[in-house]
Design a protein around this ligand. Sequence first.
Ligand code: GN1
Ligand code: MG
Length: 348
Amino acid sequence: MLTQILQQFGINIANVEIKPFGSGLINNTWKISLQDNDQAYILQRINNNVFKTPGDIAFNVRLIGDYLATHHPGYFFVRCMFTQSGDDLLYVKDEGYFRLVPFVHNSHTVDVVQNPGQAYEAAKQFGRFTSLLNDFPVQKLKVTIPDFHNLTLRYRQFLDALQTGNAERISACVSEIAWLKEQQYIVQRFDAMKINPAYKLRVTHHDTKISNVLFDTNDKGICVIDLDTVMPGYFISDVGDMMRTCISPVSEEEKDFSRIMIREDYYKAIVKGYTEGMQGELSAEEQKGFFDAGCYLIYMQALRFLADHINNDVYYGAKYEGHNYMRASNQIVLLKKMLEKETLLKSI
Ligand code: GN1
Ligand code: MG
């Protein structure tokens, strides 16, 4: 099946190697390497249970690509390849939607952040992406997942899960549920942020883990990739998810929670990198929101994982029984540790 798809993109499949790639939870991703000429590509199948209109992603990427090519031609932007019939998104009956992008020569991605320098570079790339699109008409973008980072709605979905979800699972995680409910003040802070005019609606990425940045051979950031969730949003989404995924030495998959830690030097690197990348675009009020950004996103992810556990893992899937419960518990520990350092981190 994959080789037929590659053929439609005009790829010679005689000597091709296809390997699963990356660790994303939503889309399927493969690296395609051509043995003859050293070329490589990334092929993705878009999960259309999550992205209901995959054409909207292609639309956004085209629009942004055109804008950057005109206004910031120096920016390295990875565009989708076209099929032989001229489409940048291929629909295959019973298989779904596919896209192909070139694998950029002399670039690499990082799965687990190794040092604060990488976190700085990544944060700078996410800030730079948003700042280059500062004058782009943000309302022209299609919303690929409505309310994606709307914490108010995520909290409501969590409460809904408690009403309609798996009763056995609910009774086995009463203490986590109670703790998350006690943190509802975070939603109120978020609501205040949304109506604060000092928080500008910008073009934000919404999936800012380190693996969505391309690095060069000197570990300097080149550009951001994986633009599925680029939508109108607030800077807190990008900064917050960077903190969520970089600040601790271990990820959401770690089962030994004693290894979860808040590393101040990484926090500092993210604040510095993002601020520099934004080139003065952040308002004074927004600059005060870095710490809260981390809390919003960690809290949101804990709610999403626990709601999914209660909903029998319909969204994220589970590699083992209780996987999403473990992930939620991990994020709860991360949030607790973050909240303990509130005063210290806010002083940075
Ligand atoms: C999903 O598929 P991936 O790993 O890029 C999710 C993110 C979560 C992340 C948690 C569209 O991203 O919001 O933060 O899992 N993406 C979607 O690992 O729901
Ligand atoms: Mg993604």
